[in-house]
Design a protein around this ligand. Structure first.
Ligand SMILES: C[S@@+](CC[C@H](N)C(=O)[O-])C[C@H]1O[C@@H](n2cnc3c(N)ncnc32)[C@H](O)[C@@H]1O
Length: 365
């Protein structure tokens, strides 16, 4: 074991651990009766260590090397594919960082019209690298979405991003136009195609259900995208936002008191009723839990300090859409009000609430 550890450049402790969990077991015996590594064990160790260096977890590796249908050449081809995917992802992220640096350098000269023009996949190829810091599935919102999927077995997830809210117990196909977002999907996530909602590359009625979460407001043509979902699936489930209610910007203190620029971001977004009519959907409110696990724009309505954190804001597209000047002013003003107690005074009624209706709506058709 010591000799193999030395040759493989790992500790004896690591080998003991791999032995204990059944990942690589020394199956031979020395003349003196000690356990030893047979050539096949060494080959298996080489494969395990190669996957380990690529960042795979031990459980995942056990599945990969334990697959009797996969020989060494197949392992190498698989490793090669993983490495190429990583390289593509790194290239996309470097390009995104360059664009972000460029946008920041231009920050103060970009007009609001230009900010608003930065839409859809282009926006997410720029800001998407920061998404997974705080954006993930909230179990309560997921439960509501999954209930709406009914007994569907095959699911199309449109504007799928990094895979949040994809049900684990059904067959999912994802569609996502941003390379940066596709590149951040976990290795175990559903297969994902590069396409946009407005032109779904599927035959009519290919899926039991098509779902879309927190994405419709990014589409160039939301109604066209919803009609496409209707065409390719028997059922449609969409989590979106209601701007029909008069005075809707006052529903949430962040928009009401700190970010009056937000309504302009949604100026071209169709009314909820128009979207619902386009696909024959009914709408139900989706309350945002006070400790919402998905860092969406409304997530921190009872945890206002979170909005002062750059990593929290960078995972919310709103801040890029309103531009750096509005963002800096809003954050400064919120910080002042939190410090002076003014925020707490104005929003004392929130302290006792477990969930709030802030305009999120689930359309089901
Ligand atoms: C806020 S993310 C939501 C991602 C995911 N559904 C979730 O809940 O985490 C919005 C996503 O919509 C995607 N998107 C933008 N324009 C799109 C379009 N025309 N069709 C489909 N998806 C689009 C973006 O690239 C981004 O990944």
């Amino acid at each position: 074991m010591g000799r193999v550890a030395e040759l493989a450049d790992v500790s004896v402790r690591t080998l003991h651990h791999y032995d204990a969990i059944g990942l690589v077991r020394p199956s031979a015996r020395t003349a003196a009766g000690y356990r030893a590594y047979a050539p096949g064990d060494v080959e298996r160790l080489r494969e395990v260590l190669a996957y380990r260096r690529l960042g795979f977890g031990l459980r995942e590796i056990a599945e990969l090397v334990g697959d009797p249908t996969t020989d060494t050449a197949a392992h190498l081809r698989r490793l090669r594919r993983v490495l190429l995917e990583r390289r593509d992802r790194a290239d996309a992220m470097v390009a995104a960082i360059d664009r972000e640096l460029d946008a920041r350098a231009k920050g103060l000269t970009v007009t609001p019209e230009e900010q608003l023009g930065m839409l859809g996949a282009r926006l997410y190829d720029t800001i998407g690298g920061a998404y997974t810091a705080t954006r993930r599935t909230d179990p309560r919102i997921a439960a509501q979405i999954h209930r709406a999927l009914g007994d569907a077995r095959t699911v199309l997830n449109v504007g799928a991003g990094t895979g949040s809210y994809e049900p684990a117990d059904r067959t999912v196909t994802a569609v996502e136009p941003s390379a940066v977002m596709r590149g951040q999907r976990p290795a175990s996530a559903a297969p994902c195609l590069a396409a946009a909602a407005e032109h779904l590359p599927f035959e009519d009625r290919s899926f039991d259900v098509a779902m879309a979460v927190s994405t419709v407001h990014h589409w160039k043509d939301p109604v066209a995208g919803l009609r496409e979902m209707r065409r390719v699936a028997r059922r449609v489930v969409v989590l979106t936002f209601d701007t029909d209610e008069p005075g809707w910007p006052d529903r949430f203190w962040l928009t009401r008191d700190y970010l009056p620029e937000f309504p302009a971001v949604l100026a071209d977004f169709p009314p909820l009723a128009t979207m619902a009519d386009a696909i024959g959907a009914r709408a139900e409110p989706v309350p945002v839990p006070w400790d919402c696990a998905d860092g969406l724009f409304e997530a921190y309505w009872r945890r206002p300090e979170a909005y002062l954190e750059d990593r929290v804001r960078r995972a919310m597209s709103v801040w890029t859409r309103v531009g750096p000047q509005a963002e800096q002013r809003a954050v400064r003003s919120l910080a002042d009000d939190l410090g002076s107690g003014r925020w707490a005074e104005r929003n004392s009624h929130l302290a006792g609430l477990d969930a709030a209706d802030l305009g999120l709506r689930l359309l089901t058709a």
